[in-house]
Each structure stands twice: as structure tokens, then as C-alpha cells.
Design a binder for this molecule. Structure first.
Ligand code: CDV
Length: 318
């Protein structure tokens, strides 16, 4: 990422419309390259692509693991099918974030994202930690959410990388709903958090009104950007994938909590903003001056408990 002025960069979010089961990797990568070129034309230094950007959102299908691996997982990155994206990034001198399904040489499966710099070098990797859904076959449900079947919980933690003097953290989809995600990265001085998502507009567990799916998507990122004094760039894959609908609403959120750019449709769409990283510094120096105001001795339960338990013994009042 390079900037003309010291603390401003061009950030683009490349939302994707549907990727259907029949779509080839080559066709998907052509779409990504086209959006990368558009972002570069709009003076972006960095582009955010969605979660599992190279394939349809396959955790909605109950399939044999062997078939899933064969059809949807990447054994290496970049591989020949994805190489054109890396070549275009190097040519245009633009960095990117990309989500994909990773198969390790040892046969482990992760829902993964990478940070790629403007020389097309992979400088960071994240493996999704908050895996939603289930691992059993819900035969009554209209579709599945089998992330717990197809992926292991990520083993790399929430990292932050220095990419051309900007501290960038990353996560994936459901992670954006958890306050710990952002706080662990903001405690590493993250200035920009990037993420991709696939959010079905229907909840398979209860009859959730569709508008709440978008409302919660917005509220968690707006509140988290503010509470952690970070910029957030979030790219969705959306629209009807083989008839299964996912929400759009890709956005760039400022450390003030304000949405500064937002997609308008459910197709491939590039949104962009020139973001001032010093805006985050302003919040970090004052209301969210962590060193000055945080009291971790009172936050111990956050790391000691997973689920909610009994209240702590009441303090003795004097
Ligand atoms: N891909 C995801 O992690 N999707 C979840 C769905 C299950 C709600 C999300 O949090 O958006």
C-alpha cells in the first residue's frame, strides 16, 4: 500500500455478485482481475475481496468431504488458476485481501484469507476462528451451514501486518460479530481491519426477519470501528447463488463509526474511498486511549470463561 500524502490511502472494496456451482475458477478470477483494474483506475492502493471468493459458498451443501476438497479447496496459493490476479496486482502495484478454502500439505482444511502486497507477495495469512453453523446434516433445513464440518478452527490467531506503513489486521465473516476479534487486533495497533463475508439472508435456526441480517451486519462493524478506532473494509459475496440469497451491503467504515462508502446492488461492484488513517489516531489519543483508560484486571473473565456462568461473588461494600 502506498500513499501520496503521509497518512492517506486509497481503499477499495470489491463486492462480488453470485458465484454459481457451474462457474469455473478461471471465470471467477477474470471477474476479480476486472475489479482490481477498476479499483486501480480509481486510485486504490489496496482492494478487499470476499470470503471464499473463488467458489460458490459451498458450506450450504451437504457433500462428501472428498468431493468438497476436490471441487472447492486450493492446494497452493497462488496456483496457476489464481496467478492472473497476482500478475495484475504486481502490474498495477496494488495490494489485496482474498478469502479462499485452504487445503494444507498435511490435509488440514481452513477457511483462509491472505494479505498480498503491491509486489504480489503474500505477507500475511489468517485462518477463520469463529466458525458458525453445524456439522450434522439438517435434513429439514432449506440449506446447510456446514463450516463446522468442512473447516478446522483457525490456528494462527488474529494477526496484524505492516503493509507499506499501514498496520492491517484481517478476519472473516462471522468473526466480525465478536468484539474480541477487533480488540485483539487493535491491541496490536491495527489501523485498518479488512474482511470478507458470505451472509445468507435467511437464518436456518430461527425465522429471523431478513432486515435484521443487514442491520446486525452494519451495527457490529460501525460499533467496532468506533470502539477500536480502526477503519474497516468489508466485502460481501451476495445475490442469489443457485437460488440461495445472500446479503450485499459491502462497506467502508470510518473510526468514527460512520459508513463512508457502501455498495448499492447485489452484483460485482467496486466501492472506494480515500481514507485518512490519522482519523483513527485522533480517537486512539483521546476517548480510546487504551494505555490510559483500560483496566484489564477487571476483564479476566473474558479469557477465563468460554460460556456464561454464575455471577462472581459480590464485592464487600464498605
Ligand atoms: N460465512 C459466515 O460466517 N456467515 C455467517 C452466517 C452464518 C450468519 C455470518 O456471520 O455472516
Amino acid at each position: 500500500m502506498k500513499s501520496n500524502s503521509s497518512r492517506k490511502i486509497g481503499l477499495a472494496v470489491a463486492q462480488m455478485g453470485p458465484v454459481n456451482l457451474a462457474d469455473s475458477r478461471a471465470a471467477v478470477v477474470r471477474r476479480l482481475v476486472e475489479m482490481l483494474r477498476e479499483a486501480a483506475g480509481r486510485k486504490a492502493d489496496f482492494v478487499v475481496f470476499p470470503e471464499l471468493a473463488l467458489t460458490t459458498f459451498f458450506p450450504r451443501y451437504w457433500m462428501d468431504e472428498g468431493e468438497i476438497v476436490e471441487r472447492f479447496f486450493e492446494r497452493s496459493m497462488p496456483n496457476p488458476e489464481v496467478q492472473p490476479l497476482f500478475d495484475a496486482a504486481r502490474e498495477l502495484s496494488i495490494g489485496f485481501y482474498l478469502g479462499y478454502a485452504e487445503l494444507t500439505p498435511a490435509g488440514r482444511r481452513f477457511n483462509t484469507s491472505i494479505l498480498v502486497d503491491r509486489h504480489a507477495r503474500i505477507i500475511g495469512k489468517y485462518r477463520k476462528i469463529h466458525l458458525p453453523g453445524h456439522s450434522d446434516h439438517k435434513t429439514e433445513a432449506p440449506f446447510q451451514h456446514l463450516e463446522k464440518k468442512y473447516f478446522e478452527v483457525g490456528d494462527l490467531g488474529f494477526g496484524v501486518w505492516d503493509i507499506d506503513d499501514v498496520k492491517v489486521g484481517m478476519c472473516l465473516c462471522n468473526d466480525r460479530r465478536w468484539p474480541e476479534t477487533y480488540r485483539v487486533m487493535s491491541l496490536q495497533s491495527a489501523e485498518l481491519i479488512v474482511l470478507g463475508y458470505n451472509t445468507p439472508s435467511k437464518n436456518i435456526h430461527w425465522n429471523e426477519p431478513t432486515h435484521l441480517r443487514t442491520f446486525h451486519h452494519e451495527i457490529v462493524m460501525q460499533a467496532s470501528a468506533y470502539q477500536n478506532a480502526v477503519w474497516i473494509g468489508a466485502a460481501g459475496k451476495c445475490g442469489h447463488e443457485d437460488g440461495f440469497h445472500m446479503i450485499g451491503g459491502s462497506m467502508i467504515v470510518a473510526p468514527s463509526g460512520e459508513i463512508v462508502a457502501r455498495s448499492s446492488g447485489e452484483e460485482d461492484e467496486v466501492i472506494a474511498a480515500r481514507i485518512d488513517l490519522d482519523l483513527g489516531t485522533t480517537f486512539r489519543d483521546h476517548v480510546f486511549n487504551f494505555a490510559r483508560h483500560r483496566s484489564p484486571e477487571h476483564y479476566r473473565l473474558i479469557v477465563e470463561r468460554v460460556g456464561a456462568g454464575d455471577p462472581l461473588p459480590a464485592a464487600v461494600l464498605e
